[in-house]
Write a protein that binds this ligand. Structure first.
Ligand SMILES: NC(=O)c1ccc[n+]([C@@H]2O[C@H](COP(=O)([O-])OP(=O)(O)OC[C@H]3O[C@@H](n4cnc5c(N)ncnc54)[C@H](O)[C@@H]3O)[C@@H](O)[C@H]2O)c1
Length: 411
């Protein structure tokens, strides 16, 4: 028997609405996928990294206070500890400054974002990108005739190399080469000042460490990449006439510092009541560091930028010999780590729980001590902050930044 017409109509209407329903679900899923997929996230970032508004931000950040000043610096690793302080100091004295940073998660990225906010308040725009991105770096040089590059972006830290060795190769070797490549092709070529490290002295036992001492016994992959960087710098200076100054920083500390460094995590752990390890050398000898306050390091960086000779090449061709320098930037007074802890205990008004342990042989050296005569003579470098004074400023910043009540353990 034939089914009544209305039954067909009901079935027909039902299938249409079902089709519409599932099509909508399907469309919704596509839209969701498009907006959430990593490629769409990176492409939306890419949009942010170009276009007239972005270019305006870059140009504005690069503008100098007075047209006659003419110093425009690209600071790599600008959202890092040293990069933030150097960028602010340059901007404050009237230089044009553009930052670049990839905001990686080696340590708490929210601290890098907070530094970015600080930089924004000072008029410094930080481009979000990797120094290995040749197109982005080239674009920045197209927009701005940088006179100098302050290259601070790197994978820092000694022990993390056991966990993620390739990050050191990516940033400290490949990244450095890309920075030099972009600088060599720029017209005019900028002068480059970059951060090497005291760690290049490795197993050197002669103290204080002088720039003439041997640096062929690195004790960590980090140190080896910095040493390689110094050799790569020689090559780019020799072939392309780039003016390059390497700065060997000695354990930099201070406000807005790095959470992976001992003075920073000791502070955190002492306040939390956690036991902190104090490493010892052979026969219970103490481990010591030439702790250098950030403001002194900033003065050294500015001194290096101000005395840097011009690069001599154009369009990738050398026209004459150019400056190639290396300087120690330290404090010249090493302090045992146990004394650092004593100072922190007094400043925090909390007794630390300590345990003495033999120093692991996974990258750290027993002591560092800088001879700074060369930097004194050539850069006018003269550190003025002792550890007690510098740590007081650090602790004050720490309590404010983490909104902690003074003189009480709270975290
Ligand atoms: N702080 C010290 O005690 C010390 C000592 C010796 C040498 N250094 C060197 O000084 C420089 C600055 O150190 P810091 O203490 O400010 O470290 P930091 O980690 O705070 O700063 C480095 C910044 O570079 C960025 N970065 C890393 N790889 C990048 C990449 N491929 N592209 C773009 N950005 C990248 C990071 O996100 C970070 O913000 C580094 O080269 C470091 O090796 C520091």
């Amino acid at each position: 028997m034939d089914k009544p017409v209305y039954v067909h109509r009901v079935r027909y209407n039902f299938s249409i609405s079902k089709l519409v329903f599932w099509s909508l679900i399907f469309l919704g899923l596509i839209v969701l996928f498009f907006f959430r997929s990593p490629s769409s996230i990176s492409s939306s970032r890419r949009v942010l990294q170009s276009g007239p508004d972005w270019e305006k931000l870059v140009r504005k950040s690069a503008s100098t206070r007075s047209p006659s000043r003419g110093v425009r610096v690209l600071v790599t690793g600008a959202a890092g500890f040293v990069g933030t302080h150097v960028s602010i100091a340059l901007k404050r004295r009237g230089d044009g400054v553009v930052g670049i940073d990839n905001f990686n998660k080696y340590y708490d990225a929210s601290l890098k974002r907070a530094r970015q906010d600080l930089l924004k308040e000072s008029g410094v725009f930080v481009v979000e990108g990797d120094i290995n991105n040749a197109v982005l770096m080239g674009k920045l040089f197209e927009l701005v005739r940088f006179t100098h590059v302050m290259h601070l972006a790197a994978q820092a830290g000694v022990r993390y190399a056991m966990e993620n060795p390739s990050s050191y190769v990516h940033s400290n070797i490949a990244g450095l080469v890309n920075v030099f490549e972009v600088c060599k092709s720029a017209n005019p070529q900028p002068a480059i000042v970059w951060a090497s490290s005291s760690s290049v002295y490795g197993l050197n036992r002669k103290v204080p460490f002088s720039e003439k001492d041997r640096t062929d016994q690195p004790a960590s992959l980090y140190a080896a990449t910095k040493k390689a960087g110094e050799e790569i710098a020689h090559t780019y200076n020799h072939i392309y006439g780039l003016s390059i100054t390497g700065l060997r920083f000695f354990t930099v500390y201070g406000p807005w510092g790095r959470p992976d460094m001992a003075y920073f995590f000791f502070t955190k752990d002492i306040l939390k009541g956690k036991t902190i390890p104090i490493f010892e050398g052979p026969k219970h000898s103490s481990v010591a560091r030439d702790f250098t306050y950030i403001d002194d390091i900033v003065k050294g960086c500015l001194g290096a930028l101000d005395t840097a000779g011009k690069s001599t090449g154009t369009g990738g061709k050398k026209k004459g010999s150019a400056q190639l320098r290396v300087f120690n930037l330290g404090n010249t007074s090493p302090v045992p780590v146990s004394k650092l802890v004593n100072i922190l205990e007094k400043l925090l008004k909390v007794k630390a729980k300590k345990v003495k342990l033999p120093m692991p042989t996974n990258g750290d050296v027993l002591f560092t001590h800088a001879n700074i005569s060369l930097a004194k003579r050539e850069l006018g470098y003269k550190p003025t902050t002792d550890l007690q004074t510098g740590l007081k400023k650090f602790v004050s910043w720490y309590m404010d930044y983490y909104s902690l009540p003074r003189g009480k353990s709270a975290r």
